[in-house]
Design a protein around this ligand. Structure first.
Ligand code: PMP
Length: 426
């Protein structure tokens, strides 16, 4: 039996693998990974945006090993120095006043906590989420996921209303200018709120991740904020993919919508641990402390993960990887746009920083072509490049999200492989 056969025999069918012949990655270094057959790949997906700085970053590996040699776990019952240190740093970085930080083990659990806080604080279970959103796999987060491919259940502990605006170039407002688009979405939100009562929060990804790196024009959520404020509705920014400088222009994705201050609640995960399981939620004390019963995450904030997070964050800031994402990501985006113009199947190249989406459609139409996306993924792999896929419209967008330490030479190498893969489309 191959490892793939063994996977199929014991792992749920809904945990899908990439590639006709799935890859087993055995080790990595910097922006490269190797498979069990010894093939080397340039990694443009970083384990779904999780290997944020680099593979096998010595600073993080050392911090993990040193902490593991001292104590792996102590529980939430005792003072935890690495957790407090990371919480202090995240609190300051978040931009949220009087911030409190609660660590979890995943983005799902972070968003679940945000929903618990917002619904309790506002005493209502109505939530606004964006169409084409993804916020996690649990019962509560599936209930705010506006992407059919990732919604295995319609049963829900929440009442969710889906708001328009997260996908700039599709839908009824696609032809409008940015200003008109924002005005139309705001008017739609006002109309929606006129037909409902007592909403707890709006949750949104500044750039939709699983949705295929789609986003609204800058400023949309600031304009929404004005409406939300009038109704006392909280704004939750899901920064699981957009946080820590990945978008280049900003440290957090919400900062592209900063006109009316930071969000009320911010959630994060993925990149901060560079592969160690860290998620978390940040909120002002008034909201965070509004839970009136005990609540813990046994593994959330465990010393080994926190040591990794501290070392990773320090490396990120000391090496200005946000600046690198802006510079190298800007070059890569320009290069991929130029390539896209010469490939008829490319409908759009979008994104910012090192978060770039390439949407593929049947040439000359808006009709998604998921088979083309799969074919390019396979061809890129043959060329030695790992990519991601996504998109609410039948998974027809390629996702480019390398570690933030990507060099210009690696960006050029990856773009060249991707160009060959795109040109191989019939
Ligand atoms: N929010 C967003 C924006 C995500 O992209 C993801 C994961 N893809 C999650 C939440 C859930 O995170 P996790 O898989 O760590 O539970």
């Amino acid at each position: 039996m191959t490892l793939y056969d063994r996977h199929r025999a014991v792992v749920p069918d809904w945990v899908t693998l990439y590639y006709r012949s799935p890859i087993e990655l055995t080790h990595g270094e910097g922006r490269h990974v190797w498979d069990a057959d010894g093939n080397r790949y340039l990694d443009f997906f970083g384990g779904i945006l999780t290997t944020m700085t680099a593979h096998a970053l010595p600073e993080v590996t050392r911090a993990v090993a040193e902490q593991a040699g001292r104590i792996v776990h102590s529980s939430t019952l005792y003072l935890n120095r690495p957790m407090i240190e990371l919480a202090e740093r995240v609190a300051v970085l978040s931009g949220i006043p009087d911030a409190r930080v609660f660590f979890t083990t995943s983005g799902t659990e972070a968003n679940d906590t945000a929903l618990l806080l917002a619904t309790g604080h506002r005493r209502t279970h109505q939530i606004l989420a964006m169409r084409n959103s993804y916020h996690g796999r649990s019962f509560s987060t599936v209930a705010i996921t506006g992407n059919r491919a990732w919604s295995p259940s319609t049963l829900s502990p929440l009442q969710t209303l889906y708001v328009h605006g997260g996908v700039r170039t599709r839908g009824p407002y696609a032809e409008l200018s940015d200003g008109e688009y924002i005005a139309a979405c705001v008017a739609d939100l006002e109309d929606l709120l006129g037909h409902t009562r007592d909403v707890a929060a709006l949750i949104a990804e500044p750039i939709q991740g699983v949705g295929g790196f789609t986003s609204p024009p800058d400023g949309l959520y600031a304009a929404f904020r004005e409406v939300l404020n009038r109704h006392g509705i909280l704004w939750i920014s899901d920064e699981v993919q957009t946080g820590w400088g990945r978008t280049g222009d900003h440290f957090w994705g919400w900062q592209a919508h900063a006109g009316n201050g930071p969000p009320d609640i911010l959630t994060f995960a993925k990149g901060i641990g560079n592969g160690m399981s860290i998620g978390g939620v940040v909120a002002p004390a008034e909201i965070m402390n509004s839970l009136d019963a005990n609540s813990i995450s046994t593994f959330g904030g465990s010393p080994v993960t926190m040591a990794a997070g501290l070392a990773n964050l320090t490396y990120l800031l000391e090496h200005d990887l946000q600046g690198n994402a802006r510079r190298v990501g800007g070059l890569l985006l320009e290069r991929l746009r130029a390539i896209g113009e010469r490939v008829p199947a490319v409908r759009e190249v979008r994104g910012r920083g090192l978060m770039i989406g390439i949407e593929l459609t049947w040439p000359g139409t808006d009709e998604a072509d998921p088979a083309a996306a799969s074919a390019v993924l396979e061809a890129a792999r043959e060329g030695g490049l790992l990519l991601g896929k996504g998109g609410g419209h039948n998974t027809s967008a390629l996702r480019v999200a390398p570690p933030l330490s990507l060099t210009v030479a690696e960006a050029e190498e990856g773009a060249a492989i991707l160009e060959r893969a795109l040109r191989s489309l019939p």
